[in-house]
Design a protein around this ligand. Structure first.
Ligand code: NAD
Ligand code: ZN
Length: 341
């Protein structure tokens, strides 16, 4: 089969011929139709410090996918050949206290496909049946291929009650934009999204009913006044990984405000803790998706009016992966989807 492989410990990815994976009794084999390129894949392409210490070489990359089941292990139940599926790319352990309590997303032994284990940028993917998520008819394969990042957005946005609340999303990358769309969908009042990249803010406006703010040009305090909020935002969703964005978020939140942090800062970063204490702010770190509650909520919302399709700005044949990665590395695109058929 064709697969996009991190074949050598240096910049780049290479399309290679690999054997179709063999499945065990609890696995399924998925024929991959579409995949999404993630910021993580760009780190792996670039072979930065994180990638070099995390990713074993050689490795089939990629973790955002949709496809159909073409083979099932002996012990697999409840799935069917030909079924359209996506799936959770975090492979969890089953022995930790968290797993045994059903909090699968908090298992400390989690391993990621396309990061630690063979991934989805290939014609075929082996996945434990436990991780498979069947797709309803309303969710086609290209949306199926971006459920992993949409799941990050949904997990973060649903961390706190947003009904009637004023919500600040910092960072209009694909995940921030989708989180803003979710906040709108579940009934937030004002949804403000910030970035310093005008192309990203323009895309946010196309995807969701949001107030875009370029924080390189406009002060968030002015936005709070313009929108006639009493003190500031009720909830902040941090989706940039940028220290200044977090500072601005803390500054513009109400007393007792709540923050969900998804963005990953590049290293240790200073925080003015006294402001967080005196404002009585609650901060929640968010990792991945809640397995499998996020998947349930996300599919239910997609079947009932949540529309994030316009966050997909580029579609390429898998053979043209270099063009897809060039768009991602350019920093102005939304999601880039590769077609493997
Ligand atoms: P992205 O890099 O495409 O988007 C980040 C955006 O933040 C960019 O558009 C950038 O211009 C913007 N930005 C930079 N400085 C800013 C500032 N001062 N104020 C506002 N915006 C600013 O990333 P993405 O793929 O959308 O992912 C969002 C974040 O979530 C990233 O940090 C990523 O590493 C992280 N992430 C975390 C998890 C997790 O499980 N916690 C999973 C996936 C992604
Ligand atoms: Zn991803």
């Amino acid at each position: 089969m064709r697969a996009l492989v991190k074949a050598r410990p240096e910049e780049g990815l290479w399309m290679e011929t690999r054997p179709v994976p063999e499945i065990g009794p609890d696995d399924v084999l998925i024929r991959v139709n579409k995949t999404g390129i993630c910021g993580t894949d760009v780190h792996i392409w670039n072979w930065d410090e994180w990638a070099a210490k995390t990713v074993p070489v050689p490795l089939v990359t990629g973790h955002e996918f949709a496809g159909e089941i073409v083979e099932m292990g002996r012990d697999v139940e409840g799935l069917e050949l030909g079924q359209r599926v996506s799936g959770e790319g975090h492979l969890i352990g089953k022995t930790s206290r968290q797993s045994r309590a059903g909090k699968f997303h908090l298992d400390p032994a989690t391993r990621g496909i396309g990061v630690n284990e063979q991934g989805a940028f290939a014609e075929y993917l082996r996945l434990p049946a436990f991780n498979v998520v069947p797709l309803p008819d309303a969710v086609d394969d290209e949306i199926g291929a971006i459920l992993d990042p949409l799941g990050n957005a949904v997990h973060t946005a649903l961390s706190f009650d947003l009904v009637g609340e004023d919500v600040l999303v910092t960072g209009a990358g694909p995940i921030g934009i989708m989180a803003a769309a979710v906040a709108r969908h579940v009934g937030a009042r004002h949804v403000v999204i910030t970035d310093v990249n005008p192309a990203r803010l323009a895309l946010a406006e196309q995807v969701a009913d949001v107030v875009p703010v370029n924080v390189a040009e406009e002060d968030l305090g002015d936005v709070v006044a313009r929108l006639k909020m009493k003190q500031g935002f009720d909830v902040g969703l941090e989706m940039s990984g940028n220290q200044r964005a977090l500072d601005q978020m803390v500054e513009s939140l109400v007393m007792g405000g709540r923050i969900a942090l998804l963005g990953i800062p590049p290293g240790k970063s200073p925080v003015d803790w006294s402001r967080i204490v005196f404002k009585a702010i609650t901060i929640k770190g968010v990792y991945g998706r809640e397995i499998f509650e996020t998947w349930y909520k996300m599919l239910a919302m997609l079947e009932n009016g949540l529309d994030v399709r316009r966050v997909i700005t580029h579609r390429f044949n898998a053979a043209d992966f270099e063009a897809g990665f060039a768009e991602m590395r350019g920093g102005a695109s939304g999601k880039v989807v590769l077609d493997w058929r």
